[in-house]
Unconditional design. Sequence first.
Length: 223
Amino acid sequence: MRLGALNSVGATVLVFWLTSAAPGADELKSVRLVPAQMEGGKPLMETLRQRRTAREFKPDHLPSQVLANLLWAAFGINRPQTGQRTAPSAMNSQEVDVYAALPEGLFLYDAKAHRLQPVSAEDLRPKAGGQEAFREAPVTLIYVADLPRLEKAKPESRPFYAGFDAGCICQNVYLYCASEGLATVVHDLDRGPLATAMKLRSDQQIIMAQAVGFPKTPDPASH
């Protein structure tokens, strides 16, 4: 089942999964994502032709299947026998964590379990920065490098490797969005306040944020 068929019911399912009967930090629950669809989509060359940045979004929730596919495409496990991922990382360090800021709260994508682990019940999309229009997107992915995992790299080289690896993840998201007709934009952010809100350690570094959602207009501006 592809995007169009899911649009009418998936948002309701997703909201049900992500919220408990009485909202609050203690009640935010782990979410087992539905299995990612690993077949279908547009051919690669067509997807590359349609890859673009869009800066305006509808506020509609992403269907649960689409969110699961998005996270797997970003940095999911595509070789279960080795635990390797859909995007490369320096020396297979897998140091970049993908956080999903949703209206219901902040979650960490656990690729091994294909699950969203709760971090905060606060809607951190406004603190993720970017233009006001970006905050309408139902999902903001935040890429955070856990620098100690780059143990084989010299300390001074670790931020460089982390930035490159996050860029590979970001391009996976761009290609998935192009294939599925979603809008996305990568943007900078005010790292200090966001890191505090996310309760990150001093050796965890926010690289960038990427908003994802349905395009507000059928033909998003390209770049």
